[in-house]
Design a protein around this ligand. Structure first.
Ligand code: NDP
Length: 464
């Protein structure tokens, strides 16, 4: 890293993948002026024309999916299979917003006293997004799709450690005709570029995904400049496995829901509560399935878990595991050691780790553990399970695994979460709203709900 640019390294082997400019406050100011100028004409384009551009970009991106996925794996670390899905997911989000971009009409009523009462929906203007490194491509799609579809302009700040695929994807939108002034990327640090975006008085909306502590700072700055704000701040999702659950499906769900993306997903399963009646066979099956996962460089065929994104992140995860064990708050059933042999020493690897009989009050059960660690605990009644699931400051997602309609009805109502799954976890279609409660954030992305966020109502009263 030097003053003008950031180097981006592959977390699997430390090799240099590329570099991006280190943006400044002036770059942000400049981008905001350009984006307002572009807004004048972009906001006047027909929704159908914007849809066509989004569809065309999605088509080009799908054609180059493999190259884009390789780049994503090299800078982020995830297995190529997951990168392929993420790139396809980005294209799908563009297609979804392309298909509904013209559907957001206003409202109308006629009153004897007030005459014609109309509600017009207009785009906000210049919007900004701050993107993390864990799912950079999909999260950028969630943020730019509704912004472009509604006729707003956008400035994106990608993460400093995974900006390259985001930058490449913007190039596809330019190639089909989205003006560079309508979608701008300003790369650089959170402290400089991120903060400048959050503070800027001429940005109307800010969508942020990342850590709670950063989200608080961003929200403070955004409040002072009256931005409409979406905050997606992670979670500590609980999975509740009831005694009647399909044990094989639940064990597979726990393993994929936790170890996907090396555990670095906001809605990953971060705590499992299992009915004590099926605790032993469930834990045994999870151990077998997790033991079969291949850890390695995400580009190597057959690899299921890549490296943790950074060494710092890996060390944080390991300390939480050690803290659990040292304070006798749980037992390591498998994993739990930093690998010390080649090729693992070249990168920031951590094995899939299962912690059993974990104290529900242990930090590993309450905080967001952003890595491949699965803490499991037993429960005797569904009331206990729901209470424990809710005993965290987070409220992003939760799942209940049962076919008992009484439990499904109760859990879906009582779990404090923005999304509750039944007999599945971690699946997020673009058609439905996504976001959390409590410290997991504010507002919703995805679905038609995101379009509402990026449009402002204007009331018009015409007396005849
Ligand atoms: P951060 O919140 O630091 O980073 C997320 C984004 O915010 C990055 O683009 C970052 O830029 C930017 N940023 C950092 N500081 C500021 C600031 N002061 N003002 C504006 N933007 C800023 O998360 P980390 O990457 O450090 O991850 C830490 C923890 O956050 C993880 O362990 C995990 O618990 C949680 N997290 C949750 C995610 C989720 O999906 N919910 C995603 C990522 C992290 P830069 O890259 O320059 O730091």
């Amino acid at each position: 890293m030097n003053q003008e640019s950031y180097d981006v390294y592959n977390p699997a082997d430390g090799s240099l993948v590329g570099s991006v400019p280190a943006g400044t406050y002036d770059d942000v100011n400049n981008a905001v002026s350009i984006a307002w100028e572009a807004f004048r004409s972009w906001s006047q384009t027909d929704p159908l024309d914007r849809s066509k551009l989004l569809f065309s970009a999605a088509q080009l991106i799908r054609a180059d999916q493999k190259d884009l996925a390789r780049l994503l794996t090299r800078e982020q670390g995830k297995p190529l299979r997951e990168s392929l899905n993420e790139v396809a997911g980005f294209a799908r989000v563009l297609e979804y917003y392309a298909s509904i971009s013209g559907t957001m009409h206003g409202d109308y009523g006629l009153s004897k006293n007030y005459g014609h009462m109309m509600v017009m929906r207009q785009p906000l203007g210049v919007c900004a997004a701050i993107i993390p490194w864990n799912m950079p491509v999909l999260i950028m799609g969630w943020k730019i799709g509704p912004v472009l579809a509604t006729g707003n302009t956008m400035i994106v700040k990608p993460s400093t450690t995974a900006p390259l695929t985001c930058k490449a994807l913007a190039g596809y939108l330019y190639r089909v005709g989205v003006p560079e002034s309508v979608l701008q990327l300003v790369t650089g640090s959170g402290e400089v570029v991120g903060e400048a975006l959050a503070r800027h008085p001429d940005i109307r909306s800010l969508s942020f995904t990342g850590a709670v502590s950063t989200g608080i700072q961003v929200a403070e700055h955004a409040a002072k400049t009256f931005k409409k704000t979406i905050l997606e701040l992670g979670g500590s999702d609980a999975m509740i496995v009831c005694r009647d659950a399909d044990l094989e499906a639940a064990a597979k769900g726990a393993v994929s829901g936790r170890f996907f993306n090396c555990g670095q997903t906001c809605t990953a399963i971060k705590r499992v509560f299992v009915d004590t009646k099926i605790y032993a066979p469930f834990v045994q099956r999870v151990r077998e399935l997790a033991g079969a996962l291949q850890v390695g460089n995400g580009l190597t065929p057959g690899v299921d878990i890549g490296p943790v994104h950074t060494k710092r992140q890996r060390d944080t995860i390991h300390s939480l595991v050690q803290e659990t064990v040292n304070n006798q708050l749980g037992t390591v059933m498998s994993g739990g050691e930093i690998p010390d042999s080649n090729p693992y020493t070249m990168g920031s690897f951590y094995p899939p780790t299962i912690l059993t009989d974990v104290d529900p009050d242990a930090p590993v059960m309450r905080e967001e553990v952003f890595g491949p660690v699965l803490p499991i605990s037993g429960f005797d009644s569904i009331s206990d399970a729901i209470e424990r699931a809710n005993a965290t400051r987070f409220g992003l997602g939760a799942s209940v695994w049962t076919h008992d309609m009484r439990i499904i009805s109760r859990a879906t109502q009582e779990l404090d979460a923005g999304i509750v799954w039944v007999n599945q976890h971690l699946r997020i279609p673009p058609e439905v709203p996504f976001g959390g409660v409590k410290s997991s954030g504010l507002g919703r992305e995805n679905g038609r709900y995101a379009l509402f966020h990026y449009l402002e109502e204007k009331t018009i009263l015409i007396h005849p």
